[in-house]
Design a protein around this ligand. Structure first.
Ligand SMILES: [Cu+2]
Length: 185
């Protein structure tokens, strides 16, 4: 082939290829999942604390609809000197708790629940009592989702859940091991 014609053809081929390449670049981000799927955080609540009490506990429910495991690493709140992630443990029949050093995994497509009888967020060095009806701002820190602000509703009883129907009436609260353990902080 004539070298000049060949170069022309090559140039034409490159020019034709350009728009396609640009189109491919534009399309690429849309086909790749951009950000991790949002978590669903519900039933975010806490209990009122007695005057002078320095600790409280936060409870919530986290759903992870994403394809990757998520991990709750910790939290901060302006109302507490610090917030720790605690796990309820049973040692020699005595309920206690210890910090979750590696955080709490929320499995892909699954959910975890922080509750008075299990894992909870421990608010330490409270500046003032938590009073019923108020909202306590808190920022959760996740491995993937980063910082997620929430507000704990301070209530005497747990938010409405399907499990409550099987429990005794709220007027006769059952002894909560978590509350006893918290008092030792
Ligand atoms: Cu605790």
């Amino acid at each position: 082939m004539n070298p000049i014609l060949r170069r022309r053809l090559l140039t034409l081929a490159l020019l034709n290829a350009l728009p396609l390449a640009a189109l491919a670049d534009d399309r690429e981000p849309a086909t790749v999942p951009a950000a991790p799927s949002a978590l669903t955080i519900t039933e975010v609540w806490s209990r009122p604390t007695a005057p002078g009490a320095s600790t409280g506990a936060g409870f919530l429910r986290i759903r992870n609809p994403g394809p990757e495991d998520e991990r709750l690493l910790g939290a901060v709140s302006a109302r507490a000197g610090r917030v720790e992630l605690h796990q309820q443990v049973q040692a020699d029949g005595v309920a206690g708790m210890r910090p979750l050093a590696d955080g709490l995994v929320i499995p892909a497509g699954g959910e975890v629940r922080l509750s008075p009888s299990g894992t909870h967020l421990m608010l330490l060095d409270l500046q003032a009592p938590l009073t019923a009806g108020e909202r306590v701002p808190m920022t959760l820190r996740f491995a993937r989702s980063g910082e997620v602000p929430v507000a704990l509703r301070v209530e005497s009883a747990a938010p409405e859940t399907p499990r409550r129907a099987a429990k005794p009436p709220a007027s006769t609260p059952s002894p909560a091991p978590a509350a006893d353990a918290h008092a030792h902080h």
